[in-house]
Design a protein around this ligand. Structure first.
Ligand code: NAP
Length: 251
């Protein structure tokens, strides 16, 4: 058996044909690239995010490139309540009948300061957006995921979600939580469903969040979101069937 390196994966055209995939934070950065890339490989994409104008831009790009017409699902992961998530799950089932992929990508950096100085308000916001929203959205979409013959749930982690570092505060803690949530869910679903659950660590990538975290860094030295898509395609497509409970590096 040959093992595939997700970072070197070459996706066949049409890899995601007939798949319905929801991406959070689809309006900017890595989420935007993922939504366009999935659509470019045949998927019907549900663009989820908090800024509708950005989602509409991605919608237009996908349609202009000849992709399947996406759906737009405006949702603020900081303020949405469980009924909002339930409504989204029900409308996905009603419109598509199932969901084959779920990329939890939206994220908030929060403060870059010591635990001693970290504000409780910022702590709660970061944990809500980066961790709790992923739990609530997955829970609401489980009925639709169960209707898929082969579903992939992908959580976005980070290097500081595996090894804590000074001044990364709630962001690092939330990413440790994401790794834990992914492992628990993977173990629960492994024997009882066609749903696999994994984490991806994008690595240093040229986005607004990275620039905010490392203001003195030359962004041109970093990979673009489009350049890290091979691992995302691998984990969303059928070639990663059988892989669950893993944490994968995109670069
Ligand atoms: P980004 O450019 O800042 O994009 C973050 C996305 O999350 C945006 O679409 C943003 O929406 C959305 N978002 C933020 N708060 C939200 C909320 N309350 N409700 C809904 N959506 C919300 O960041 P990125 O670098 O692409 O990051 C994507 C993921 O990769 C994150 O989970 C991040 O932690 C992770 N990551 C990134 C790097 C890196 O080097 N870039 C490294 C490791 C991990 P708006 O545009 O509307 O604000």
């Amino acid at each position: 058996m040959t093992t595939i390196d997700p970072r070197q994966y070459i996706a066949p055209a049409g890899l995601l044909e007939n798949r319905v995939i929801l991406v959070t934070g689809a309006g900017a950065g890595i989420g935007r690239a993922a939504a366009s890339t999935f659509a470019g490989h045949g998927a019907s994409v549900i663009l989820c995010g908090r800024t509708t104008a950005k989602l509409e831009q991605v919608y237009d790009e996908i349609v202009a490139a000849g992709g399947a017409r996406p759906a737009i699902a405006p949702l603020c992961l900081e303020t949405a309540t469980e009924p909002d998530y339930r409504k989204l799950g029900e409308s996905v089932l009603a419109e598509f009948g199932r969901i084959d992929g779920l990329l939890h990508n939206a994220g908030l950096l929060g403060e870059r300061t010591s635990i001693a100085n970290y504000s409780a308000t910022s702590w709660n916001r970061v944990l809500q957006v980066n961790l709790t929203a992923g739990f609530l959205l997955t829970k609401a979409l489980l009925p639709a995921l169960r209707e898929s013959p082969s579903a992939s749930v992908l959580f976005t982690s980070s290097g500081v979600g595996r090894r804590g570092r000074a001044y990364w505060g709630a962001y690092a803690v939330s990413k440790f939580g994401v790794e834990g949530l992914s492992q628990v869910l993977a173990a629960e679903l492994e024997q009882t469903s066609n749903i696999r659950v994994n984490c991806i660590n994008p690595g240093a990538t040229r986005t607004a969040m990275r620039a905010a975290a490392y203001p003195a860094e030359d962004p041109l030295a970093l990979k673009t979101p489009a350049q890290i898509m091979p691992a995302y395609l691998y984990l969303m497509g059928p070639d990663s069937e059988g892989l669950t409970g893993a944490s994968v590096d995109a670069q």
